[in-house]
Design a protein around this ligand. Sequence first.
Ligand code: MRU
Length: 374
Amino acid sequence: MKIDGKQMRSIWVESDSASVGIIDQTQLPHRLAIARLATLDDTTQAIKTMQVRGAPLIGATAAYGIWLALRADPSDEALERAYARLIAARPTAINLKWALDEMLGAVRNRPRVERADVALQRAGEIADADVTNNLAIGRHGLKIIEGIAAKKKGGRVNLLTHCNAGWLATVDWGTATAPIYMAHDNGMPVHVFAGETRPRNQGASITAWELGHHGVPHTVIADNTGGHLMQHGLVDMVIVGADRVTAQGDVCNKIGTYLKALAAHDNEVPFYVSLPSPTIDFTVTDGRAEIPIEQREDDEVATIRGMTKEGRLETVQVVPDGSPVANYAFDVTPARLVTGLITERGVIAANRAALAQTFPERVEVRPNSNRRVS
Ligand code: MRU
């Protein structure tokens, strides 16, 4: 997407051909800071600390991390070590494992002298495929928005989203935002309610920043506001991303997504989930029982970070000293609450038959197959 007229992706190979550039998302919305990843360590840290975040971008970053590791040491041991370190960086988004398995498949049987070059090429393909997928998701999702707009006879279409499933969560375009950007670019009057998404506020700080830079009308709301808006007919459609979708269509996404889905169901507001196929995990069925939910540091809940009037970034505590906190990063929305899955191959029902029929080649993947280097 464009930032101040300049075309940007969320990740790229730097001109030195020896490192990777990223937008440091921990600095948004206050600063557009670029960080450089030159080693496996840099990459693992960037994923852990959420300088890069969002399921598809985590996958693409890990793919480049394998390249950086192999540049330093192309041995089997180094490859295995890099895979193990990267996969442990964040547990919930399945795109991370998908991308690492793709990289392993591409390089493991290649001579050591070729491995780094092959890895760079495959990482680039993974990044490009994400953009292609999101464009297709955008076109399919756009039809849904057009349908709502037609019913409203050209009136403003109000969408509600949660967290950031925008271009900064992917390589470009975003999953939930791709249809929104396309609708806006086509001149359709769309407006987005962006839920702030405590504790890390990806909605308030990243989605709002993205939409603002693209000129999409939007309003930031406290997370608890979604249900109220839906009760009052102020939301035409909820659209969110996903970190993992199970074989039966359960959707794991940022904590709080489930509550939005419940409110949408109660108020007959369509609840759509946008995802590229690497987000599907055919090895798990019951999302609530089987998906590992990341628990992050207490500080993320106990404090809030922001910019003072004087332009200083500061962190302040919002809970009493000594109060225990819990920080679950994701939740699972059961398939029955999902109106449809917007994928690169079309809009499908959130159920096993539709997923298997649409992505038959992915069903072939054997459950829990632990690919190893040797
Ligand atoms: O913890 P985050 O910021 O990585 O979580 C991101 C989300 O939950 C997104 O909604 C999801 O990854 C979809 S990204 C297209």
